[in-house]
Design a protein around this ligand. Sequence first.
Ligand SMILES: [Zn+2]
Length: 235
Amino acid sequence: MNNNSLLSLTSEILAEICENLSPKDLYTLTIVCKKLRHFLWATSGFTQQIWRKSRVLMYSQDSISPPTGMCEQQYIWLKELGNLCHVCRTQVDKSDRHLFWEFKRLCCKPCLSNKTTSFEDLLQKNIPERLLSCLPCVDIDNIDNPSREIFEAFLVTLPGSRGQNPHYWTSDVYEAYREFNALNGNEREEWVKKKRAEVEELDRVISEIEDKRRTELITSLMRYTLSTVQMTQAN
Ligand SMILES: [Zn+2]
């Protein structure tokens, strides 16, 4: 089937084909032509459903949905496919894959320190503490924590529990600051509540992912132990 015959299909048939391809194939299709890019990059419910079905089919019944505000394409990229630092675009080795769910970014360690600012420094730059209280941050002293390495950074630092050395993604803070400043007193209250709810929702999804991975890890460890015991007994 060439590009033209693929493009002459109805959206429904095209969707059915795409749902049975892997997310990696879908990413490849997005660079084939403008029409497919437009079709597959959409954030409509119709297109999100295609990526979701492809993800569930490909990654052992991965039924956890992305957190609110994150589309399937970004979720799959972060969770499974991404191999480039978001900032410098260098290839990130699998063993050095620092995924910061807090910032919804995959990046290398040097870029993390260049693009983030500490809590104290932001306060000194007159960013209100109230604003920082509802934005996600990373405890930079904790990024080499072994469980963080194993579970790819599933230690979200929630508002109110910032850890020892909290750092915020600088450009996100300033963007939020602009939004915050454009609001009046009452609106700010609502805005802070909404932002907090977003981070809590992110944490809920990440906990689900962490639980699932932990169960998988324990299961494979038990399988390995069992097979070692059986081999020892056989000898
Ligand atoms: Zn980088």
